[in-house]
Design a protein around this ligand. Structure first.
Ligand code: ADP
Length: 392
């Protein structure tokens, strides 16, 4: 039983073909710079000759041609899973796509103007390419629909109709379930703080398999310091800067999303580069890492209080999985909370899920590689109901 997973961005389509009987990856690839003449396609690590793709339709057609020419064959695909960034309050779980679901994703475009249009375009193109297969939309926000009102309500005039939604839900669902497995306990009885630290970064408090608070908000700009996004700041900064500089709201929004975070503080958004600068004695870079890890510690304390009892802290995504210095700094001084990292375990190289806390640490600290595509494929199989053998 094979599942095709599509992640359609504004100018790219990332794809994976997964065998759900063995949970293995059969193919992975990317079409990028859609709409430009320089776009190209990489299939299983190999560049496939191409001279650009006019639109998503042309991009997906090139992907299907490549599967036909180079394999593997797509004849065992039973369903197509689509990543959709914003599901608003409408989508509490993954959903089988029909015209009504497409229309609902379209209605949510104001909440995710950069992402939902591209996600939707990918769905439309793929439904035309695979008209007989079930298509499932898997939402980044869905896992956080269990947040209680106290956690998702903003203290602003009610008629603004804004609230926290949260993102990275597919990743948080995957790694928090894995954490329970690694602890050898049932998902329902384990409390976890998930630290998803990639280019985008978020913290999520998971109580017994349900998200109860998360650091991103109405948009993915809130919370932790990120590669180029500011994370939390006093909302009063916006009118202050607007008045002082004459920048428009759109310009400030763009600066908060693209020129802030580590890039704003240290001039680089990749943690590896920031650390190189720190090692060269760059004080701005040093401050950037202090701010970055101070914010993470603050969220750990916050979610410790929200959960009351924490069984595991999980580090995941590019930084969380690969950067022992950031992990160590983020947990410094938290011994009194029962969080004690083991320096040798923390610095040992491994691509596998592993424990990095000391034996006897009350809170187990884990590094778990996230796998959003596998989680999308799992939810696709469950939602499309293709996993069951049909009765004779
Ligand atoms: P995205 O949010 O785009 O999915 P990833 O989860 O792939 O991003 O994370 C990308 C980030 O991970 C990079 O920008 C880089 O800062 C960080 N990263 C990757 N490898 C390492 C490493 N070995 N050490 C420190 N940071 C790393």
């Amino acid at each position: 039983m094979h599942v095709l997973v599509l992640n359609s961005g504004s100018s790219s389509i990332k794809y994976q073909l997964l065998d759900m009987d063995t949970r293995s990856r059969l193919a992975t690839g990317l079409v990028d710079r859609i709409g430009e003449s320089s776009g190209h396609l990489v299939h299983n690590g190999e560049a496939v000759g191409a001279d650009g793709f006019a639109d998503h339709e042309a991009g997906l057609r090139a992907v299907l041609d490549t599967f036909a020419a180079r394999g593997p064959a797509l004849d065992r695909v039973v369903a197509v899973g689509h990543r959709v960034v914003h599901g608003g309050s409408r989508f509490e779980r993954a959903e089988l796509v029909d015209d009504e679901v497409e229309a609902a994703i379209e209605e949510l475009i104001p909440l995710a103007p950069l992402h939902n249009p591209a996600n939707l375009e990918g769905i439309r193109v793929a439904r035309r390419a695979f008209p007989t297969l079930p298509h499932v939309a898997v939402f980044d926000t869905a896992f956080h629909q269990t947040l209680p009102p106290a956690a998702y309500t903003y203290a602003v005039p009610a008629e603004w109709d804004v609230r926290k939604y949260g993102f990275h839900g597919t990743s948080a669902a995957y790694v928090s379930r894995k954490a329970a497995e690694l602890l050898g306990r049932s998902y329902e009885e384990v409390n976890t703080i998930v630290l998803h630290l990639g280019n985008g970064a978020s913290a999520t408090a998971v109580r017994g398999g349900r998200s109860v608070d998360t650091s991103m908000g109405l948009t993915p700009l809130a919370g932790l310091v990120m590669g180029t996004r500011s994370g939390d700041l006093d909302p009063g900064v916006l009118p202050y800067v607007a008045r002082l500089t004459g920048l428009t709201l759109d310009e400030i929004d763009s600066a908060l999303n693209r020129e802030s975070g580590l890039r704003g503080l240290a001039g680089a958004n990749d943690l590896r580069e920031v650390w190189r600068k720190v090692d060269d004695g760059d004080r701005d870079a040093r401050l950037a890492m202090d701010v970055y890890t101070h914010r993470i510690r603050g969220y750990i304390g916050n979610y410790y209080a929200v959960l009351g009892h924490v069984d595991a802290i999980v580090f995941t995504a590019g930084v969380g999985e690969n950067d022992p210095r950031t992990r160590e700094l983020s947990l410094t001084g938290l011994d009194r909370l029962g969080i004690t990292i083991d320096p040798a375990r923390n610095t040992a190289h491994s691509a596998r899920a592993r424990t990095i806390s000391k034996d006897g640490s009350e809170v187990t600290v884990l590094v778990i590689p996230t796998d959003e595509e596998l989680e999308i494929a799992e939810q696709t199989v469950d939602t499309a109901d293709v996993g069951r053998t049909p009765p004779h």
